[in-house]
Write a protein that binds this ligand. Structure first.
Ligand code: DHB
Ligand code: FE
Length: 280
């Protein structure tokens, strides 16, 4: 049977991808931001996941105001890299796992989550930067990816609790897939950041730290955080953190925090990263 073994969360700051692509990770500004991923790169190399259910948001690269799916799942064999204005990032195409993805889509919809299904989609920094942080610069990504996109760009995004419940449903669906697969679930985006308006540059380290602590200590509190608190405390783009709740909901009650990294500043954003192991 397929099983979810671990959850990983990390910010998907595009400047991190640009630092990798342009050979700048050794520079004084970037070094401490990347150092916190050394542990995870070694851990991922040992874990060798077969598939990642990668929860991310599209930033008007593939979806725009013409189509705004709250939750969408990719069922394709391959996803091209989006051109976000400076050309597509020089990273390998992302390989899908169509059989698992169609199984997830079927289970989730029958479990009363109205997923949009996409079979062709270009993926942007929301998905590619976390892959680069965890796997570096390989010729091909070492595992398959099921992209699961969440609308956090146009109001209203789904609630934290709805995301948690979707995570629980994803776990049920993965566990009913007959192939023996080591599956990880990743949540991306966050932590506190606001990229526009008078509060641009907002970062809230105490709030972020309490959120990281409570992923293990009190996830029940996080389920019930309202949008107004996310907007007030973490800025307009901090709302991306609802995607971490899908990851956390999928892991179930028993988890162990294996690794954490928090670094400010990284571009305009508080860079957060955590690795949680599911205890069977
Ligand atoms: C930045 C962060 C994001 O999450 C994003 O999608 C775009 C930009 C930033 O910090 O620059
Ligand atoms: Fe973002």
């Amino acid at each position: 049977m397929a099983r979810i073994t671990a959850g990983v969360a990390c910010s998907h700051i595009p400047a991190l991808g640009a630092a990798i692509d342009n050979g700048k990770t050794h520079e004084d500004y970037w070094k401490p931001a990347f150092a916190g991923f050394d542990w995870t790169r070694a851990w991922e190399a040992a874990q060798k996941p077969d598939v990642i259910v990668l929860v991310y948001n599209d930033h008007a690269s593939a979806f725009d105001m013409n189509i705004i799916p709250t939750f969408a799942i990719g069922c394709a064999d391959e996803y091209a890299i989006a051109d976000e204005g400076w050309g597509p990032r020089p990273v390998p195409a992302v390989k899908g796992h169509a059989d698992l993805a169609w199984h997830l889509a079927q289970c989730l919809i029958l479990d009363e989550f109205d997923m949009t299904i996409f079979n062709q989609m270009e993926v942007d920094h929301g998905l590619t930067v976390p892959l680069s942080m965890m796997f570096g610069q390989p010729k091909a990504w070492p595992c398959k990816v099921v992209p699961l996109s969440v609308n956090v760009v146009t109001y209203p995004p789904p609630t934290a609790n709805r995301c948690w419940l979707l995570g629980e449903a994803i776990a049920r669906a993965v566990e009913s897939f007959p192939e023996d697969l080591n599956v990880q679930i990743w949540g991306t985006g966050g932590m506190s950041h606001q990229l526009q308006g008078p509060r641009a540059g907002l970062i809230n380290t105490p709030w972020d730290t309490a959120f990281l602590d409570d992923l293990t200590a009190n996830p029940e509190r996080l389920r019930h955080i309202q949008h107004i608190e996310l907007l007030r405390e973490t800025g307009s783009e901090g709302i991306e953190l609802v995607m971490w709740m899908i990851m956390r909901g999928a892991l179930g009650p028993s988890i162990k925090e294996l690794h954490r990294h928090y670094h400010v500043p990284a571009s305009n954003t508080a860079l957060g990263h955590i690795v949680l192991e599911k205890i069977a």
